[in-house]
Design a protein around this ligand. Structure first.
Ligand code: NAD
Ligand code: UDP
Length: 322
């Protein structure tokens, strides 16, 4: 049996966790996936079940986590990530970011493993500066609807840094900016699957507010490469990983209409409470420390993602509640 490095990936059946599982399998790691499937889908990893270097546990990481054998690395990616998901399950969201992270830090300490946590640009809240460097402390409303996610992630960073400082645990913190690609759920409410799903069904695209708010979209393969490099670096401070190519939501909707070749319109719906007005990563640190920057343009990434959504069974595209 080859002497493979062993990595635990929580949230493995989700969008990012499944791509990370693929990457570490490709690098010949032994991957242990863990997920309670609350927002994930086993179909994202079913191709890995036949491999001898993949195993899977259906488990809620907010309860005690046990993994037999050695562990070299832990990637903690379990957490609802889309606003409609975390608004539907706010307590579970708070628990997986806090109790779940605590459980996994304890596991990392017991196993002598290096732990990387999936933080988010949401720690910057509705930012007063643009782009956002890692030194910015953010502008978060703790009791607003998004607070359950943002504050869980801020606590997650704080407890991770405390384990690093007080226990000497090897930790890494990635602040992920809006990422997209195959295996996003068409009905997860995030803007890209929402717009593509609407365009494919021949519906108007639902733009929230006047569409002047901005986001910066990163293709999933670029993100995975950044995470891979950060994990293997010796940098323990938070690191932004994202694509700085910023666009308004209105322009983004127009791009999707053009790409899908539909003649749909953008309609305006009310802007959700505390929706950030601007978001763009400052990736100076990732460039200098990891030698990383995104390689895939939005037009390339969107084409690949559209092909993925088109390849889904008709009933998934046409039944919004699927
Ligand atoms: P996702 O919903 O597709 O995946 C999350 C996975 O975690 C799901 O499979 C879900 O079932 C699992 N999960 C949730 N709670 C769990 C629990 N208590 N125990 C075990 N498993 C649990 O979301 P995603 O987009 O893949 O996001 C993954 C991680 O990356 C999250 O931590 C998210 O906060 C972070 N992140 C994502 C983005 C992005 O743009 N996708 C941006 C910033 C941060
Ligand atoms: N948005 C939109 N229409 C939708 C879904 C989202 O206009 O159907 C907007 C949303 O208000 C936000 C942006 O698109 O300004 C990105 O939303 P998403 O939920 O994808 O991510 P986040 O707000 O977490 O960055």
């Amino acid at each position: 049996m080859p002497n493979r490095k062993r990595i635990l990936i929580t949230g493995a059946a989700g969008f990012l966790g499944s791509h990370l599982s693929d990457r570490f399998i490709k690098e010949d790691y032994h991957v242990i996936g863990m997920d309670n499937l609350i927002t994930g889908d086993l179909r994202n990893i079913e191709h890995l079940f036949k491999l001898e270097n993949f195993e899977f546990y259906n488990h809620d990481v907010s309860t005690f986590v046990h993994v037999p054998g050695d562990l070299d690395y832990i990637l903690h990616f379990a957490s609802p990530a889309s606003p409609i998901d975390y608004l539907k399950i706010p307590i579970q969201t708070l628990k997986v970011g806090s109790l779940g992270t605590h459980n996994l830090l304890g596991l990392a300490l017991a196993k002598g493993a290096r732990m990387l946590i999936a933080s988010t640009s949401e720690v910057y809240g509705d930012p007063n500066i643009n782009p956002q460097p890692e030194e910015y402390w953010g502008n978060v409303n703790p009791v607003g609807p998004r607070g359950v996610y943002d504050e869980a992630k801020r606590f997650q960073e704080a407890i991770t840094m405390a384990y690093h400082t007080f226990h000497g645990l090897e930790t890494r913190i990635v602040r992920i900016f809006n990422t997209y690609g195959p295996r996003m759920r068409l009905n997860d409410g995030r803007v890209l699957p929402a717009f593509i799903g609407q365009a494919l069904r021949g519906e108007s695209l639902t733009m929230f507010g006047d569409g002047s708010q901005t986001r910066s979209f990163c293709y999933v393969d670029d993100l995975v490469e950044g995470i891979y490099r950060l994990l293997h670096s010796d940098y323990a401070q938070p690191m932004n990983i994202g694509n700085p190519d910023e666009i308004t939501i209105k322009q983004f909707g127009e791009e999707i209409i053009k790409l899908t070749g539909t003649d749909q319109e953008l309609i305006s719906l009310p802007l959700p409470t505390d929706d950030p007005k601007q978001r763009r990563p400052d990736i100076t640190k990732a460039k200098a420390i990891l030698g990383w920057e995104p390689q895939i343009s939005r037009s390339e990434g969107l084409k690949i993602t559209l092909d993925y959504f088109k390849s889904l069974p008709e009933k998934e595209i046409h039944h919004k509640d699927f």
